[in-house]
Design a protein around this ligand. Structure first.
Ligand code: GRF
Length: 207
């Protein structure tokens, strides 16, 4: 049975989608550890309820380079101790550093709340023609601010360039008049919850 480590900073609804898919037998893998950077963020509670090991590795000063490098090394060591075949970022809010990226090359995937192209291009193809590829943490707000006709969800491999690795699965999500950020994000998450377990299964099968 393949082994998955999940990194999550938020409510953990994508983690829940993975847990549920595994329970239904749709994910031929075991989640062996959930690592968070925030104590009691939601993801760790969901993991604990299923009896899965949880580790909290907080960062006090996010902009302190030395602390971030030490945190990255600590994260790499904890991950390695659980010997995962795949590392899944399911709402992980920290950019991974060289220690983690170097230890798990081609074995880290991320779910992102927007449509992304296969590389670092500025535009992504869509059914409405090319649209801006929204990267970073404000993509739902930006899609609304740019008055885009649609946005989406993408699961991709993680590389050194943020939100620019090869795409495993992506799907469009329509934007409706009157949408607000919270409602649109929930609609995107509904798609993410379906896409992420499928993409994780595909990444594991490709190993
Ligand atoms: C998701 O929208 C994911 O794409 C983004 O962070 C959010 C996490 O949500 N990276 P949740 O904690 O899984 O509910």
């Amino acid at each position: 049975m393949k082994r998955i480590a999940v990194l999550a900073s938020g409510s953990g609804s994508n983690l829940q989608a993975l847990l549920d898919a595994a329970q239904r037998g749709e994910l031929p893998a075991r989640i062996v550890v959930v690592i968070t950077d925030r104590f009691l963020c939601g993801a760790d509670r969901r993991a604990a309820q299923r009896g899965i090991a949880t580790v909290c590795l907080p960062v006090r000063r996010r902009r302190d380079h030395d602390e971030r490098m030490a945190h990255d090394a600590q994260l790499a060591a904890v991950l390695a101790a659980f010997d995962p075949d795949l590392v899944v970022l399911a709402g992980w809010m920290l950019i991974l550093g060289p220690a983690v990226l170097g230890r798990f090359p081609g074995r880290i995937v991320n779910v992102h709340p927007a449509l992304l192209p296969d590389g670092d291009e500025a535009l992504v193809a869509s059914s409405h023609g090319p649209l801006p590829a929204l990267r970073g943490h404000q993509t739902v707000r930006e899609a609304l601010a740019l008055d885009m006709p649609l946005t989406g969800a993408t699961v991709h491999y993680v590389t050194e360039t943020v939100d620019a690795g090869p795409v495993i699965l992506r799907e469009e999500v329509p934007i409706f008049p009157g949408d607000d950020e919270a409602g649109l994000h929930e609609r995107i998450k509904t798609v993410e919850h379906r896409l992420l377990p499928q993409a994780v299964a595909m990444a594991l099968a490709a190993q």
